[in-house]
Design a protein around this ligand. Structure first.
Ligand SMILES: [Zn+2]
Length: 168
């Protein structure tokens, strides 16, 4: 796992930013009058919306696609996906993208990133993140450190990581 400082340059719209899930967290497909869950192999009535946000990020060494799962996004935005969707009810659900998400474009963040490529993105490599942080002091420290990608097995980084953990 690494901490990476990078700028969000694009929100990836292909799959939207949320999906309907079964209680097992698998995506369900509508199958009137209920929903079908492939993992549970049955029709389900208990469904809940969950965040699944992908965005493109760059730093001065390259670019990547990051994937923000439900728990990470809910913690970062401070509200669950169902609450976020309520704000969009008046503007048409299919095309609604919350300002909280659009406002991330152009901003620099610290990302705690799993180094293994995750599933869920077609084509390009996609890395799930386990934390996102926009604390200015932390970002400043990282800039002074002049490191874009820092591996966690170096001692200097565990210090940063502990701050990151403390803030969230
Ligand atoms: Zn299920």
């Amino acid at each position: 796992m690494s901490i990476i400082m990078a700028t969000v340059d694009q929100y990836v719209t292909d799959d939207g930013w949320w999906f309907l899930s079964c209680i097992c967290h698998e995506q369900v497909v509508p199958d009137s009058p209920a929903y079908y869950c492939e993992r549970c192999n049955k029709h389900v009535l208990m469904i809940t919306p969950r965040f699944r946000i992908t965005f493109h990020v760059t730093d001065n060494t390259g670019s990547a696609t990051f994937l923000m799962h439900d728990s990470v996004a809910a913690e970062f935005f401070g509200i669950p996906c169902s609450k976020m969707l309520e704000f969009g009810e008046n503007v048409g659900m299919s095309s609604y993208v919350p300002d909280e998400l659009l406002n991330m474009v152009g901003k620099c963040y610290l990302f705690k990133v799993f180094s293994k490529v995750g599933a869920g993105c077609d084509g390009e490599k996609c890395y799930p993140i386990s934390k996102i942080n926009d604390d200015e002091e932390l970002l400043g420290r990282f800039k002074r450190h002049n490191s874009v990608v820092i591996k966690l097995d170096t001692p200097s980084v565990s210090k940063y990581m502990s701050i990151l953990e403390k803030l969230h």
